[in-house]
Design a protein around this ligand. Structure first.
Ligand code: NAI
Length: 245
């Protein structure tokens, strides 16, 4: 119970990695606001946490909308008295080669992955500075270094890395850490969308010989969210089963 009674927000927690992260934080004793664009998924995850004896409330929020992020944080404060842990996990991809990428695909991916992370992190920074305690974990991607067909996604995730390191510098003396986790190839609905051939190529690149799981990511996020990680900030941590060594 490393996170006993800490109040956490996990965005995009209705399924996939966000769900795995929310379940893990709750299992470690955190009270979790399960935030997602899809209300019924958020409710189902919150119910799963409650059924396991944990504390959680669901919240519908589109992180790309500042007003909805403000309402989300207000709900978290109302439910749990504050926000000790923020996990910016909500993300989308709209892959396609740069030369034929539409404005809409560019803007949507930047809006959710980067601007959404900014809106949430700014509000968290205000609360956490005041409390002189906080843990912010941003889910980036190894694609931030550039990836074929992912100009929008790579740009957004590289932006998240820059935001992470800046937040780390600005908040360190206030007892707030900010780190990025870069999942490699993880088995979620997002990756299930790739053709079987691509799946095999991706898994072939992984030293561990398997795609990652939401639990693999949740374990690392829980560490970064804990008091044990007080002296870890501004880091970009790959969790990939040895995809790039
Ligand atoms: P997913 O597509 O399975 O789940 C994403 C969740 O975010 C969904 O529940 C969705 O409803 C929610 N969401 C989407 N847009 C939202 C918005 N505007 N506001 C609030 N919630 C929103 O995706 P997955 O695989 O779980 O990915 C989670 C994060 O991990 C993303 O940031 C993704 O970029 C990142 N990631 C995933 C990898 C993978 O292999 N699955 C690899 C590297 C990074």
């Amino acid at each position: 119970m490393r996170l006993k009674d800490k109040a956490a927000i996990v965005t995009g927690a209705g399924r996939g990695l966000g769900k795995g992260i929310a379940l893990k934080l709750a299992a470690e004793g955190a009270r979790v606001v399960v935030a997602d664009l899809v209300e019924e998924n958020a409710a189902a995850v919150a119910a799963e946490i409650a059924a396991a004896g944990g504390a959680a409330v669901p919240a519908r929020a589109n992180v790309a909308r500042r007003d909805e992020v403000e309402a989300l944080f207000a709900a978290a404060v109302a439910a749990f008295g504050g926000v000790d842990i923020l996990v910016n996990n909500a993300g989308i991809n709209r892959d396609g080669q740069l030369y034929k990428m539409s404005d809409e695909d560019w803007e949507q991916v930047i809006a959710v992955n980067l601007t959404g992370t900014f809106y949430c992190t700014r509000l968290a920074a205000r609360l956490m500075r005041e409390k002189e305690y906080g843990r912010i974990v941003n889910i980036a991607s190894m694609s931030w270094l550039g990836n074929f067909g992912q100009a929008n996604y790579a740009a957004a995730k590289a932006g998240v890395v820059g935001l992470t390191k800046t937040a780390a510098r600005e908040l360190a003396r206030k007892g707030v850490t900010c780190n990025a986790v870069c999942p490699g190839f993880i088995d979620t609905d997002m990756t299930r969308g790739v053709p079987p051939k691509v799946w095999d190529i991706m898994v072939g690149k992984i030293a561990a010989g398997r795609a990652g799981s939401a639990e693999d990511i949740g374990n690392v996020v829980a560490f970064l969210a804990s008091d044990e990680a007080a002296y870890v900030t501004g880091e970009v941590i790959n969790v990939s089963g040895g995809m790039v060594l």
